[in-house]
Design a protein around this ligand. Sequence first.
Ligand code: NAP
Length: 312
Amino acid sequence: MCLYQAFKGAANEFLLANSVLKQKKQTEGNDMAAIKIDGKATAKQIREELKLRVQALRDKGIEPCLAVMLVGEDPASQIYVRNKRRACEDVGIRPVQVFLPADATQQQVVDEVRKLNQDESIHGILVQLPLPRHIDAVQVLDEISPEKDADGFHVINAGKLFSGRPSTLPCTPAGCIELLKRYNVPMSGKNAVVLGRSNIVGKPMAMLLMNENATVTVCHSKTADISAFTRQADIVVSAIGRAGFLTGDMLKPGCAVIDVGINRLEDGRVVGDAEYASCESVAGWITPVPGGVGPMTIAILMRNAVLAAERT
Ligand code: NAP
């Protein structure tokens, strides 16, 4: 039995166990805690699958390569860039790092992106956000060749997603869909509510859920009575960046909660948008923070880089 088949077998067993647990929850009522969607384990599973695809590319003489550009010395961005390099190394993608000083000019940043576009050995490019304030981030992102746009933020890829054409998907929303699929959460014909309407999470998340045939409502800071929407929702994806905003009394019993939010509390703890304890006792599935959506974002970034290499 090849490694891939063994892997698929283990994944199927996991899904079966998951669905049995879910049925138990539905028949025994809501006194059971929600199924915790383990983003860390799922991301690891995706990385293992990618290793096989990277090997297949290497066998054909193609070395997948992801370039990550960092402008300035923002400590959080440095950690994100380091984690991306480590993920590349784990999967077998060649990482290329481009560091520019915080006072780099718009033209210098654009020139570096153009160099990466022209380098045929580089398949994916990511510019770490946020960029220093004097840099026009939109112009920089627009400079990235859409074929090499590993983050899926380029306006061409956004346009393709919104018009239902194949495109490079933004990593975080695509990671959320992957979690829902791998945990067998039904989406077709279900009510989904997305909290947040940003270009990088909320809007593409709504499109991807719609592509899965969910009926989607998007809520934002001007929405009146958000809980009236979330109480009808079979799936709630929260991406607003407000610690503890989503509480158990706002949920429909048995729903799936995908918590995208990353909020650092004064005591240093990192929490999501959902108040975990109250949501867990009502929901059918829930992602923890940390260990939920976060690891999936990097796994899908790796997948985007591998896909870009496979297209060459
Ligand atoms: P963003 O650009 O700041 O957008 C936040 C959205 O939430 C906006 O649409 C805003 O509404 C809405 N919002 C803010 N407060 C609200 C409230 N009280 N009620 C209802 N809606 C509210 O943020 P983002 O980049 O989408 O990120 C959202 C969260 O996800 C952040 O915590 C971020 O750190 C996290 N994140 C996590 C990952 C990951 O890998 N896990 C990746 C990306 C982002 P308006 O449009 O009306 O202002």
